[in-house]
Design a protein. Sequence first.
Length: 131
Amino acid sequence: MAEERENPAARQRLSVSIEDKLGAVTFHLGGELDCFSLPSLMPKLKPFREIPACRIIFNLRQVHYLDSTVLSFLISNHRDFSGRGGRMVCVRPKDPQVQKVLTRTWVTSILQFADDMQEAERFLAAGGQPD
């Protein structure tokens, strides 16, 4: 039996909305986050990378797919923001397969993750210390 392949045209593209609230910038991401969609996100993040002590939330709740390029992107931004006195936290994805990728690659032990937006905001309000 031939292997069934997913139609790339049927995949959900990356959706991005940005919210600046309570001194933190939130990137609400949805759909597929990979080496093809990441270039559309990078220019939106660039202005915030230049702000010292910037606080960033990557809300991954609606992300249905991510690849190793994104893992590298998240770790690199974590180091960059931390190096400038800023903080970064990610909201866990709902998709169990995406969560499994994050866990199996040990990204969850490198980056700070929150279960929801409220927990992420509390983490940043506490100066980047877990509750």
